[in-house]
Design a protein around this ligand. Structure first.
Ligand SMILES: C[S@@+](CC[C@H](N)C(=O)[O-])C[C@H]1O[C@@H](n2cnc3c(N)ncnc32)[C@H](O)[C@@H]1O
Length: 438
């Protein structure tokens, strides 16, 4: 039995996708696929800080970092037995490193005014986190810049939102990491509330898609539960049995509906869903980044491209990647490989993305006499593509070279190469082609 010996109520067990951590006797074991998630958080925070402080005249940056499911703060790696830091330390270390990197070459240093909320419902985890934060030299910050709460995130959310509104009234700049075990602790309306009150908030949500599907498969998914999670319309008036009987791949059917409903109900303009795959074969989950600005999404997409070992994104490489969103070969007896339908963030995927965009972009551009601006092209299609702005630029550069499109700057001049392209430039069909067509 060992360190997982604590008992759970049968009701809670049903909803547990992964073995819950237990910090009763010190740090608990962590598996490699959870470390992948830590890497992403780390890389994202580093990229986030870099993007935010790009103006040379800035002298203060106000930010609030919320770890709504903070855990016990420290783990032991299951394979290597090394100590591994949990998400609260990832937040603290990312800020410290960013402060150093940002200011090392600046004449006028930027004052990073960062507040942290670490919220943890479990008593042992909370006490362990308190201890390791103090051991790590953060004791004096607890109660000042670090708010450590032994509570449920749902119960603290309103207070946290109010704090952020007071601190950053203009934009509510904040990141919420909501690393729930399963799928029901963060109802969609709660995320919608965060976005409606804090325009610059970003949310990184863990959603246990496998456990959701298993729960559904066992026939336990009720309308009441869906109402509680704030995604009432997934079943579209049918029962799981009816869906199973009529849909060839009912898991795929539910996942597509689930994903679309979830992001719509959360009220975010931009989003990226990614699978994190448990190599042991079950317990896959989504890490969904939600934000209100396409630039934030682009930063996250770049992070995914940089960490391609950890992510498999099922979908196509062009502007229609969600046609087969959530396809999981593990659940398809006919298909055991990943390369045919799976999308991985590697060099092959990069060139596949460019090829697909090379086909899709002209269609968009030709659909309208005036074409569209590069900024508009990216902002209106990026949610449906795994490509980053850099990849879009590369594709438009190729189309320019091939004379399939022209790119006109705001003064009416023509751009010659991908590097020159700016968001306000207009991508249009080439004049010769228009003559030819008319
Ligand atoms: C997946 S673990 C968090 C791991 C942590 N984010 C990390 O990366 O180190 C989920 C944690 O959320 C806690 N928890 C469960 N329900 C919660 C709730 N409603 N509000 C806050 N914490 C909760 C659990 O006790 C557990 O420690």
């Amino acid at each position: 039995m060992g360190r997982y010996a604590h008992t759970l109520s049968p009701h809670l067990k049903e909803h547990m996708p992964r073995k819950p951590y237990n910090w009763k006797n010190g740090p608990d074991l962590i598996q490699q696929h959870s470390i992948a998630k830590h890497r992403i958080l780390q890389s994202y925070l580093a990229a986030y800080f870099r993007t935010l402080v790009s103006s040379p005249n800035q002298d203060v940056l106000r930010l609030t970092l919320v770890d709504g499911f903070a855990g016990g703060g420290m783990y032991v790696h299951n394979d290597t037995q090394e100590l591994v830091k949990g998400s609260p330390f990832i937040f603290l270390d990312a800020t410290r490193e960013a402060e150093f990197l940002i200011n090392k070459d600046r004449r006028k240093p930027i004052d990073l005014q960062v507040d942290y909320f670490f919220i943890e419902a479990d008593h042992h985890a909370y006490s362990h986190l308190d201890k390791v934060l103090r051991d790590g030299g953060h004791g004096e910050r607890i109660g000042n810049t670090i708010q450590l709460r032994h509570a449920k995130f749902q119960d603290e959310a309103d207070g946290v939102i109010e704090f952020i509104k007071r601190k950053s009234p203009k934009n509510g700049r904040s990141i919420f990491a909501l690393d729930q075990y399963g799928y029901k602790e963060v109802p969609a309306p709660l995320i919608r509330k965060i976005f409606s009150q804090l325009p610059s908030a970003e949310v990184i949500l863990t959603f246990g898609v496998d456990s959701f599907l298993n729960y559904a498969s066992d026939g336990k998914l009720t309308q009441a539960l869906l109402d509680d999670i704030g995604i009432p319309d997934i079943l579209q008036g049918r029962t799981i049995e009816e869906i199973k009987n009529s849909e060839k791949d009912w898991r795929l059917f539910i996942q597509s509906g689930l994903y679309r409903t979830l992001v719509t109900r959360c009220g975010a303009k931009h989003f990226t869903p990614f699978f994190i795959r448990n190599r042991k074969g079950h317990g896959d989950y989504w890490l969904i980044h939600l934000s209100q600005h396409h630039r934030a999404r682009d930063v996250m997409i770049e992070v995914h491209w940089d960490n391609n070992n950890y992510f498999i994104h099922y979908g196509g490489p062009g502007l229609d990647m969600f046609q087969i969103v959530g396809y999981d070969p593990e659940h398809d007896a006919q298909h055991k490989g990943q390369s045919e339908l799976g999308f991985e963030f590697d060099d092959i995927a990069r060139s596949a993305s460019i090829t697909a965009l090379n086909e899709h972009i002209p269609r968009r551009v030709y659909a309208n006499d005036e074409g569209l601006s590069f900024g508009e092209l990216f902002a209106t299609t990026c949610n449906d593509s795994p490509a980053s702005a850099a990849i879009y630029r590369e594709s438009v550069g190729f189309l320019l070279e091939q004379k399939i499109v022209e790119v006109i700057n705001p003064d009416g001049g023509k751009r010659r190469s991908a590097q020159q392209i700016k968001p306000n430039d207009q991508i249009v069909a080439p004049s010769q082609r228009q003559l030819f067509l008319s």
